[in-house]
Design a protein around this ligand. Sequence first.
Ligand SMILES: [Zn+2]
Length: 376
Amino acid sequence: MLLSAFDAMALVAGIRQWVELESPTTEPAAVNRLVDLVEAQLRALGLQVERIAGRDGLGDHLRARTPWGGPEAGILVLGHLDTVHPLGTLHSRLPFRLEGNRVYGPGIADMKGGAYLAYNALRYLVERGETTPLPVTLIYNSDEEVGSPTSRGLIEETARQAKYVLVTEPGRNGGCVVTARRGTGRFRLKITGRPAHSGVNHEQGRSALRELAHQILRLESMTDYARGITVNVGVAAGGTRANVVPAEAMAEVDLRVSTPEDAEAMVRTLLALQPVTPEVTLEVRGQLNRPPYTKTPAIDALYRHARALAAELGFALPETATGGGSDGNFTAVMGLPTLDGLGADGAGPHTYEEHIFLDRLVPRQALLVRLLQTLQ
Ligand SMILES: [Zn+2]
């Protein structure tokens, strides 16, 4: 029985090593210490490992391929090694710990738990001398949490050689896998007004902050839950002193969309924003960084296959759509059968409550192994 081949506490010990090497996206030296460990572990399995040097202030990426199988299309497994948690989180707000059925730690759900399960699935096969019908390629990137600017090309190039894509992002809402994801965009507004002394010549000033207030309300009013569109002004700043008419202001905006049509329309609208105030300039930059994907018949077939494997292992595998983007968006819009949310089952990603469920680890591990064993 496959389930009895794995020990939950041994999985926790392996995941702990990865979690205790903190790896915020913006700290490439720290990320690369984890990349060092993962690279060594992959090489020890006899995989063909490439390490792609980081750029633009981001960490390195790893691509590892099984030595078996011909050059034909295989299974691409995606995972990221970066987290959103700043260095030190492990020692202050979110120490690694086991409490009842919950295992806590920075990035443990999103997604070191799942990333480790992917590695460990291959380790299980290699140690038993087993090969899979299709060759398997693993990609561990280091910039997923900022939209994968330096790894998207690597993912897409590798995906062109693949037949299936499995993403070990965390399971959602009680172990759901993900078969549709909204697209995400990031935009930055820069507003330039005219400074003036608030007491001496206030009427000559043109307030950038006042303009920003108009723009924030306008942007937020574009949210349409029924259509799955959200426009979130997450950061706003401006001004220098209370007694100066502010000449500069900025905002950062996160866009989520459910369909390619809405994506195109919203991007066009955001880039065409005009100032409300005379003599104030407004500059908008940004783009869609992950296109939306919806469930295709091929994605549905892959999901049904996984669900049948889970049933054989004795558990249910519900599906869901989510607003969060992942690297699965890139491969799904290429038309590849992509199944996401196959990683550890947990909750609280990106928060100080981030954890995974101990009793769900072995079933999820076994499911990954079965997928690799059966996809052809
Ligand atoms: Zn993630």
